[in-house]
Design a binder for this molecule. Structure first.
Ligand code: SF4
Length: 447
């Protein structure tokens, strides 16, 4: 059973020019609202005296609530539906004739026990979008739904993603109140021109002040997201951003190279030849500089894009990179439960209506068979600096990677792309520095 939960908040103040995440700026949402009002008018026109009372009630309900309010209500309901006592798949149809006997895994529960059983969570991650956009009521209702559904007595890490413009003391206290103990803040750059070019709505000064408020509120586990290979970015500007972030002294830094994704404003600019991006060579230079510079200040790289102080790795993201299972709730969210990867509807109305009417919110389901699970474990493991944990792999699949991919592993060790290493009394198969530069080629050999 998964012990991690991802919650998706798809709202942002404004859509950034490079962003292809499932998130909507408020202006976009207002457009969507007016589309809904049009739909209501059509339904109203169709309505006649014989039409059911239900439709009118439904319309009133629909009319009176903004997408955001309806979304939050549906989201909380979806979370509560994860309560195991609501999960009929654990029930035998012939339940009573089995004299209320009941098993989860190989553990026995009686009927009464199952009603009180709550899944224990180790990590929660509220991501988006911009979860810090939520007001105090919305944060609290989310907290209530989580506490009602899960056992948090062994919770290790509870992260919320925030943006500088929507951080304030009241919200921080509300986050802490529902159990949040880690903040991930999207800063991206310490150069205001770059922030403006990205379509961000905060300045470097706002980012610093949000960071200081977080520290004053005794948040002692902070990640800062930064980006490189930005339009018109010079190497010196990148160095400057790194220095400024190091001065803040966060526990964790995530650094991503800008990728121009289809469907974004940047993509159109790129297609029209008006996006001046650093060369591939400059991009690699910025990346290697970052790794060396952060290392000097005690940030250890544990994943391609992630650096942390000792023991401050993001435990939730490690669940993904170790190919462990997790729940995902919210618009378009993915989950991986009982060997099946699922994802929710990406359309607001479909998502909200499904939750509220008790239908499934899942629009795609993929059974991860052993062959794929083995490959994913290798692929994701190679993202980690430690590499693929050999014993962990054997425990899961019953054999060591070498037993299946002998010739491939031998070849890449010979070519200098892979290496065996021991760390903390565990054996790993990992990419070398050279292997990381050609990671896709190495990994595709394991397919
Ligand atoms: S704030 Fe984040 S999620 Fe929202 S539009 Fe910008 S990059 Fe995308």
């Amino acid at each position: 059973m998964p012990s991690s939960l991802y919650i998706h908040i798809p709202f942002c103040v404004k859509k950034c020019d490079y962003c292809d995440f499932l998130s909507f700026g408020m202006a976009q949402l207002e457009e969507k609202e007016s589309e809904n009002y049009k739909k209501i008018n059509i339904l109203n026109e169709k309505n006649d005296l014989n039409d059911s009372k239900n439709l009118l009630n439904e319309l009133n309900d629909f009319n009176s609530k903004s997408i955001r309010t309806r979304y939050m209500k549906a989201l909380c309901k979806e979370i509560e539906n994860l309560n195991i006592s609501n999960d009929k798949s654990h029930c035998d149809n012939d339940f009573t004739s089995l004299q209320n006997e009941y098993y989860i895994g190989n553990k026995h529960y009686g009927c009464k026990d199952i009603k009180n059983y709550k899944t224990k969570l180790k990590t929660i991650f509220i991501g988006g979008g911009t979860p810090s956009i939520l007001n105090l009521d919305e944060i609290n209702m989310l907290g209530v739904a989580i506490k009602k559904t899960f056992d948090l007595s062994e919770l290790e890490e509870f992260t919320i993603e925030v943006n500088p413009e929507s951080v304030d003391l009241e919200k921080i206290l509300a986050w802490k109140n529902i159990g949040v103990n880690r903040i991930s803040m999207g800063v991206q750059s310490s150069t205001d021109d770059e922030l403006q070019n990205l379509g961000r709505i905060h300045s470097w000064e706002m980012a610093q002040s949000a960071y200081n408020i977080l520290r004053k509120a005794r948040i002692n586990n902070i990640n800062i997201d930064i980006m490189f290979s930005l339009p018109n970015q010079t190497f010196e500007q990148w160095q400057n951003t790194i220095e400024n972030i190091i001065k803040l002294n966060p526990e964790h830094i995530s650094a991503y190279s800008l990728i121009v994704e289809e469907g974004t404003k940047f993509y159109n600019m790129y297609e029209n030849g008006i996006l001046n991006l650093p060369s591939e060579e400059d991009d690699r230079k910025m990346y290697h500089y970052l790794i060396n510079r952060l290392m000097k200040d005690g940030y250890y790289q544990y994943e391609i894009s992630n650096f942390s102080k000792k023991n401050r790795e993001c435990r939730h993201n490690l669940v993904y990179w170790n190919a462990y299972e997790y729940y995902g709730v919210g618009l378009g969210a993915s989950g991986y439960v009982n060997g099946v990867r699922v994802s929710n509807y990406t359309d607001f109305d479909k998502y909200i209506n499904s939750v509220m009417s008790g239908d499934t919110t899942i629009c795609t389901k993929e059974l991860i068979d052993n062959k794929q699970a083995e490959f994913e474990k290798i692929m994701l493991g190679f993202r980690l600096n430690k590499g693929v944990d050999i014993v962990n792999f054997k425990n899961k699949f019953g054999f060591k990677p070498y037993q299946k991919w002998e010739s491939i592993i031998d070849k890449w060790i010979r070519l200098g792309g892979l290496i065996y290493a021991s760390e903390d009394n565990r054996d790993y198969l990992r990419l070398t520095d050279y292997g990381r530069d050609i990671a896709n080629t190495v990994i595709s050999d394991f397919l």
